[in-house]
Design a binder for this molecule. Structure first.
Ligand code: TXA
Ligand code: MG
Length: 343
């Protein structure tokens, strides 16, 4: 166990505190910082040993590359090359923000950061603490989500503390993440951009800017789909058995009621619209169907609560797969290990 320094995001603007955090990074240490999507475990992306520490602390497989977070658009060409014009249009439209671009890497980015790939994932975050930190350092930060590998991403300080206190050098507490779901990952190494991980920047938002259709790896035949190394790993899974129930709410209600077994702690995760329909089980609502952004924001806290509540059986009523709902269902399906029932 090491001593982890805990700092409030508001304090990061104080020059002496900013200096302390920066010297941790310059010495090859790890600092958890808030972003608008989820918390990240940051290390100097150009330092091999520092980014290796991230894999060790998370228990992350060494073939799953890290995202490089930069502080200004102008820095992009230091770390990436052959940036296509369409990527430049997307940068204009969506940076800073929750869009990560996969591009060919420059030699300066070590293979430990990219897990041996010749491509690099780059993102310019919008969160002011993240930006203050990166811009002050004048170095890019490699940062995966600040959770132990396999657990739901951390969207609140307490999640980070639970997973990483005593394992990292510093945690910056920025309160709950405003988006709550990780960035959209877009492969920009081919003529047609392809979404590798859906997020708050949706396919239709990207197509609106580019004025042409793009691809989504999750809807392509398996043999044609470009892969993100992260896609093959189990993610977000609570300890209990998770099943996604598709179908009209009446049938979902009937199914859950007929499966209640008082000896098995059971929970339902559903929209707030349906809160009162499941009287004999624990109910965790994510938000009203009319507020899809709120549903996204609640998602990872709800999955972590299932373990805190000791739930052994978890039924999730599927959410509409439109816009950010596509990213929500992508995460929920992973949490369920793709176990689904159509009613
Ligand atoms: O919102 C986010 O993206 C957060 C915050 C902290 O910025 N970060 C995050 O990082 O979610 P992580 O490591 O949990 O997810 C990064 C994803 C993984 O699925 C990884 O496989 C993919 O990006 N990725 C990274 N580099 C890649 C590359 N060169 N080619 C394809 N996929 C890549
Ligand atoms: Mg992650």
């Amino acid at each position: 166990m090491k001593q982890t320094l805990i700092i409030k995001a508001e304090q990061v603007t104080q020059p002496n505190i900013l200096k302390t955090i920066q010297s941790i990074i310059l010495d090859g240490g790890l600092v958890v910082f808030p972003t608008e999507t989820v918390y990240g475990i940051g290390a100097n992306a150009l330092n091999k040993e520092a980014s290796k520490k991230i894999y060790d602390v998370k228990g992350r497989p060494s073939d799953n590359p890290l995202i490089v977070h930069i502080g200004q658009i102008e820095e992009l060409s230091i770390y990436a090359r052959e940036v296509p014009d369409y990527a430049k249009s997307l940068i204009q439209a969506f940076w800073p923000g929750p869009l990560t671009l996969i591009l060919k890497k420059q030699d300066i980015v070590p293979y430990t950061t990219t897990a041996g790939l010749d491509t690099v994932a780059i993102r310019l975050p919008k969160h002011e603490t993240a930006l203050a930190l990166i811009q002050g350092l004048k170095l890019p930060l490699a940062a995966p989500s600040a959770n132990l590998s396999g657990k739901p991403s951390a969207t609140e300080f307490k999640h980070v503390y639970e997973d990483l206190n005593g394992k990292v050098d510093c945690i910056i507490d920025g309160g709950p993440s405003s988006i709550g779901i990780e960035s959209t990952v877009l492969d920009c190494t081919q003529a047609i951009p392809t979404i590798l991980r859906p997020g708050a920047i949706t396919q239709s938002m990207i197509e609106r800017i580019l004025q042409r259709p793009i691809l989504d790896a999750s809807t392509l035949p398996i043999e044609d789909a470009p892969k993100s190394p992260g896609m093959k790993y189990t993610h977000y899974k609570p300890k209990g058995d998770v099943t996604i129930l598709y179908g009209p709410i009446e049938k979902v209600q009937e199914y859950v009621i007929s499966h209640v077994d008082s000896s098995i702690p059971t929970a339902v995760i559903c929209a707030s619209d349906y809160e009162l329909l499941f009287p004999k089980v624990r109910v965790r609502t994510l938000g009203y169907l009319s507020q899809p952004d709120w549903i996204a924001k609640q998602l990872f806290s709800a999955l972590r609560e299932m373990d805190e509540w000791g739930m052994k059986r978890i039924f999730i009523h599927s959410f509409p797969e439109v816009e950010i709902g596509h990213a929500v269902m992508n995460r929920l399906l992973k949490a369920a290990g793709y176990q689904t029932i159509k009613l």
